[in-house]
Design a protein around this ligand. Structure first.
Ligand SMILES: *Cc1c(COP(=O)(O)O)cnc(C)c1O
Length: 367
């Protein structure tokens, strides 16, 4: 079986270094907010070309804390509306709700799967104060258009980059002056993943960064002095240590993903299969390679029979989830179509050429 994502194989080259890192943390006897976290925050900020990086517990908390940070700064308040794509992993929407803000869903473009900038303006009301863009599957949203809309309407731009590490390190945070922050997840299956939960926020906004360093640690910078109603969401030393070992290979891993994507795009030739859009000027990092087909379940079954594991990202749109029963009757036809037709092919950096050859061959034989 060609596995969709062989995490064991991805982490294998680091095994000895991981063990040494564990030893080091044990020797130091310091487990929370120490040297490893500090080193990672510095390295990741540098990698992302931003002033600040704040390590947090996971990607969801990264999003929630950004919103809470803006609330503490008085730039957002409870009940404000936040534009968000209807086609996203549910965490993006839950994070808005967790911060007592109101998500307003916008349809994606069928071609890119990302939020359609042309549909944002009509959803903006007097209560709209922010846009949460999601660079889904590793592909940047159309940030030029989006930042224009944000500037015109004086909106904060928050980016969910949980699937797009490295996609945006050259062009991010130029938008909307300082009113911007980016959330990352280091969940094991992401392009940069640790061995458990982990996350980070990057921003050029020093005022926001100061609040975030405090919010993640009970709202306190100085021990037992609490400035804000904070939470406990810290990236831990061990995970930061593992990330310090993996970060230097992120770009080459992303390059491997792009190479596989290029082969799929050039060599998969089947009328029944719609391949993903890739604008070469867009630094896509192919967290996922998502194809569409009319009878998705049939294709998945066929691939399983041929020992190729695939995954559906995602089978049920957020507005159709039981958790959002008040939205169930709403209609987002493009989002629904995407959820009905998508299938993710294996694209991890550890796939072999033989495996890629085989996947292409089997897909070309599908009818
Ligand atoms: C993974 C993911 C998250 C959440 O990250 P966690 O670390 O699992 O909390 C948020 N948004 C998107 C788009 C994701 O893919």
């Amino acid at each position: 079986m060609i596995s969709f994502l062989d995490l064991k194989k991805i982490n294998e080259p680091y095994e000895t270094a991981f063990q040494e890192k564990l030893k080091l943390v044990l020797t130091n006897g310091w487990y929370i907010l120490g040297k490893e976290v500090e080193t990672f925050e510095k390295a990741f900020a540098e990698y992302c070309n931003t002033k600040h990086c704040i390590g947090v517990g996971n990607g969801f908390d990264a999003l929630v804390l950004i919103f809470k940070g803006y609330i503490e700064l008085g730039k957002l308040k409870k009940g404000d509306e936040v534009i968000v794509p209807a086609n996203t992993y549910i965490a993006s929407i839950l994070a808005i709700l967790q911060a007592d803000l109101i998500p307003v869903l916008v349809e994606p473009k069928l071609e890119t799967y990302n939020i359609d900038p042309d549909l944002i303006q009509e959803k903006i009301t007097a209560k709209t104060k922010a846009i949460l863009v999601v660079h889904l599957y590793g592909q940047m949203c159309e940030m030029d258009k989006i930042s224009e809309i944000a500037k015109k309407n004086n909106l904060i731009v928050v980016e969910d980059a949980a699937q797009s590490h490295g996609a945006i390190n050259n062009q991010q945070l130029t938008i909307n002056n300082l009113n911007s922050a980016i959330a990352y997840s280091f969940y094991p299956g992401k392009n940069l993943g640790c061995l458990g939960d982990g996350g980070a926020i990057t921003t050029n906004d020093s005022e926001l960064a100061k609040v975030l360093f405090s919010l993640r640690n009970y709202g306190s910078e100085k021990k037992y002095h609490n400035e804000y109603i904070g939470v406990n969401s810290r990236l831990d030393e061990l995970q930061a240590g593992f990330l310090n070992l993996k970060l230097p290979n992120l770009d080459s891993d992303n390059e491997k993903r792009r190479k596989i994507a290029k082969r799929y795009l050039e060599e998969i030739k089947n009328d029944k299969i719609i391949l993903p859009f890739w604008d070469i000027s867009n630094n896509h990092v192919f967290h996922l390679f998502v194809i569409r087909t009319e009878n998705r379940d049939k294709l998945q079954e066929y691939l399983t029979q041929n020992n190729i594991q695939t995954v559906i990202h995602y089978p049920i749109p957020p507005h159709k989830q039981n958790a959002f029963s008040e939205w169930n009757a709403l209609s987002f036809p493009i989002t629904e179509k995407i959820h009905n037709e998508v299938l993710s092919l294996p694209i991890s950096p550890v796939l072999t050429d033989t495996e890629i050859d085989f996947i292409i061959e089997i897909l070309n034989q599908y009818n």
